[in-house]
Design a protein around this ligand. Sequence first.
Ligand code: ZN
Ligand code: ZN
Length: 254
Amino acid sequence: MAADGSIGRNYRIWQRIQTAIEVVYPPRCIGCGEMTESDFGLCGPCWRETPFIGGLVCASCGVPLPGEDDGHRVECDDCMRQPPPWSEGRGTLLYAGKARALVLALKHGDRTELARPAARWMAQAGRSLLRSDMLIAPVPLHWSRLLKRRYNQSALLAQHLGKTVGLPVCPDLLLRSRRTPALEGKTAAERTETLRDAITVHPRRADRLTGRHVLLVDDVMTSGATLAACARACRAAGADDISVLVLARVAKDA
Ligand SMILES: [Zn+2]
Ligand SMILES: [Zn+2]
């Protein structure tokens, strides 16, 4: 009886602390900072302005396609012409408007708290890709960039995704062994050449991917050249299969 009494008292104390926390830190929208019902969410207007990808998408690169999703595998023209070195890919948001602002805030704005809700959205968008034998790995940053930025946004997304879906994460499976210039404005062949040998599997992590299905995680997919370099490195080191999941997908020019 005494124990029950103390549990009840502890619960009441806990409730009071919880209320005090909410008064000091009321839940805020991660998009605009307005007060919301629950923590780590978007308010109604921000939700409506954030372009979540839905409907028919390319099974390889996740780009939205016109038409209805009837459950059959469909690919975009680019992926049919030149299949990427992974089997399936999905994007969560279109890299535009409010979604672009969220991605940039996570990448350059020290808004690391965005990684948790973003990873939950990614888990939802990538649910059809998930396999029980998967190993999650982020696209790596060169150490000099990591030093400057202090965190790798893709590694944060990978870690939260792993927690959300209950799959193992290997944050340093891949290494960026040399700095590479920006890929913008380069042709597909130039991108591949720029990234040649820039991404390698960590020699001490190679045993973790032998025969495994690797899920590569990145914040943004533009041409997919960096993800392709990661996928080739994984394949060469003995991965059985590779899929990719990104927070935001850049739409192709019409
Ligand atoms: Zn908002
Ligand atoms: Zn595609």
